[in-house]
Design a protein around this ligand. Structure first.
Ligand SMILES: [Mn+2]
Length: 311
């Protein structure tokens, strides 16, 4: 049987490299089935850079699973609103994730592994170890890139000791001379928005959440050049309003995170957004921007307080 390993919509580096690495492992462990890695959407510039840099064949791009007849292993999310279009949850056989437990339900029994770690790539590396299989060099390189990306090179608030130790162990195989240099190159690639239309700047790293009765969209742009994004504030606000209406959201936010200085600004596109954000995160909106201070993690610092407030 064919089994697809796929992450969330608007794929990020972690969801893509974890799928590639886990596919490697699964195909070694289970010769009877054929595992295939996929990304649910076009790759972002950081992911493209990583695959190019380590000379790795990109995964299949599958945005719509309506025609997929095999089983599915779902990575890096459990929110149905973030799942690939056309996903038949009855076909899910396994889930690996490191986010809050979302609303996904399955008809059948599944393996599910959700750990509060910095990256799905860390979980995949742990499974390699548990199965006593050494990843090959390219797979180790991929997993390192996934950890660097999701933890902002071990600086983000979701970073754990396990992420740090895993990255170190993986580099004994990956043999990357200068990890910091790799991280900087990845962040530079991530920050290159020159070929991206504004609507895509918004949705490149965009997720929707169901908080009880409220539906909330939160986009993030992690960049080493926040001014290169914030200069399009007016256009982004228009785009936010458009997307809010299109997806029938109660609230929509866009957070611009300065990777180097570890600070964020939230673009406030409407009155409701302003009232809620100021109550939840404090501060005062000025000219459509709310200074979030040192808040940089949607997963750990934005979603939980917002959900708590809205519920
Ligand atoms: Mn992830």
């Amino acid at each position: 049987m064919e089994i697809l390993i796929i992450g969330h919509k608007n794929p990020d580096t972690d969801s893509v490299v974890a799928a590639l690495a886990y596919t490697q492992l699964k195909n070694q462990l289970d010769r009877e089935n054929n595992y295939k890695a996929a990304a649910c959407g076009t790759l972002n510039n950081e992911t493209k850079f990583v695959l190019d840099y380590f000379k790795i064949t990109p995964p299949l791009i599958i945005e719509d699973l309506s025609n997929w007849t095999g089983k599915i292993i779902l990575l890096d999310h459990t929110e149905i609103s973030q799942s690939p279009k056309g996903l038949n949850t009855d076909e899910i056989i396994e889930i690996l994730d490191h986010h809050r437990l979302g609303g996904l339900q399955t008809a059948n029994q599944v393996f599910a592994r959700i750990e509060p770690l910095g990256a799905t790539s860390t979980i995949v590396a742990k499974i390699f170890k548990e199965k006593e299989i050494l990843p090959d060099q390219k797979t180790a390189q991929l997993l390192i890139a996934g950890i660097i990306s999701d933890t902002l090179f071990l600086q983000g608030p979701t970073t754990t000791e396990e992420d740090k130790n895993t990255l170190e162990k993986l580099n004994q195989i990956a043999q990357i001379d200068n990890l910091e240099d790799l991280a900087n190159k990845m962040f530079e690639a991530k920050s290159d928005l020159s070929n991206i239309p504004i609507s895509e700047v918004l949705t490149k790293d965009y997720k929707e959440f169901d908080f009880g009765t409220k539906k909330v969209g939160i986009g993030v742009c992690e960049t080493i050049k926040p001014e290169s994004v914030l200069k399009f504030k007016k256009e982004l606000i228009e785009e936010l309003k458009r997307l809010k209406e299109k997806d029938s959201l109660d609230l929509i936010y866009f957070m611009v995170t300065d990777i180097l200085n570890k600070r964020s600004q939230m673009i406030i596109s409407g009155e409701e957004e302003q009232i809620v954000a100021e109550k939840v995160f404090g501060g005062e909106t000025q000219d459509g921007l709310l200074d979030m201070g040192g808040i940089i993690s949607r997963k750990k610092e934005v979603v939980p307080p917002l959900e708590k407030f809205l519920k």
